[in-house]
Design a protein around this ligand. Structure first.
Ligand code: TYD
Length: 204
């Protein structure tokens, strides 16, 4: 049963655009789908998002707030929806903490594992679509944005480390991921998403 699906990738990979289409396609099959995002997804989580995206802070504080928002998100939104038989599609989840706080900021991987173990000892996404793209391509896509948040303002070397963090995480449990070549055109990426969706529903 594949019900909890997450979308991941560096800023500018294009995951948010394709997430909407993916969720719509699931709905067209008559499935009950809840779309959510991290950091955020609850009123408290959205307040934490605002702080996280715009206020400088210690890296440990950053990781703790990401997981605090996630705790609330799981308790209030994700778990109740899964228990009610809904599909949950989340724009980012714990992989982003490993990639950004672990890879990008250099926070100790084992500390992040401890937080993950505390906040969601049992829960993991059934499937994660990882939008992989060379950092220069992702940077170019962000170039048109008028206002960039605290993460988006980081330099290329930060995003190289984020990307490496995602790959490290992927190597730890490859069966959970679908790797998407997000350097392709929007149409080609959408096709990759449709293929994954077909594969998923064929296994239901
Ligand atoms: P993002 O989904 O990229 O927001 P938007 O598309 O609206 O810009 O997520 C916001 C940022 O939060 C993104 O730069 C990655 C960062 N982030 C972390 O650093 N750690 C985390 O655990 C999560 C969930 C997000």
């Amino acid at each position: 049963m594949n019900r909890f699906i997450t979308f991941e990738g560096v800023d500018g990979a294009g995951k948010s655009t394709h997430l909407a289409g993916f969720a719509d396609a699931l709905r067209q099959r008559g499935l009950d789908v809840l779309v959510t995002r991290e950091p955020g997804g609850t009123p408290l989580g959205e307040q934490l998002r605002e702080i996280l995206l715009h206020h400088p802070m210690d890296i440990n504080t950053e990781a703790l707030l990401m997981f605090a928002a996630r705790m609330e998100h799981i308790a209030q939104v994700i778990q109740p929806a899964l228990d009610a038989g809904k599909w949950v599609v989340s724009d980012r989840f714990s992989d982003a903490s490993f990639a950004y706080q672990g890879g990008g900021r250099g926070m100790d991987w084992d500390k992040l594992r401890q937080l993950e173990q505390w906040v969601h000892p049992e829960l993991q996404p059934d499937l994660t679509l990882f939008f992989d793209v060379p950092v220069e391509v992702a940077r170019q896509r962000l170039a048109n944005n008028v206002s960039l948040d605290r993460f988006e303002q980081e330099h290329s070397d930060f995003f190289e480390r984020v990307r490496a963090g995602y790959h490290r995480r992927l190597a730890e449990s490859p069966q959970r991921y679908a790797l998407i070549d997000a350097s392709k055109s929007p149409e080609a990426v959408a096709q990759q998403c449709r293929d994954i969706l077909e594969g998923l529903l064929a296994r239901e």
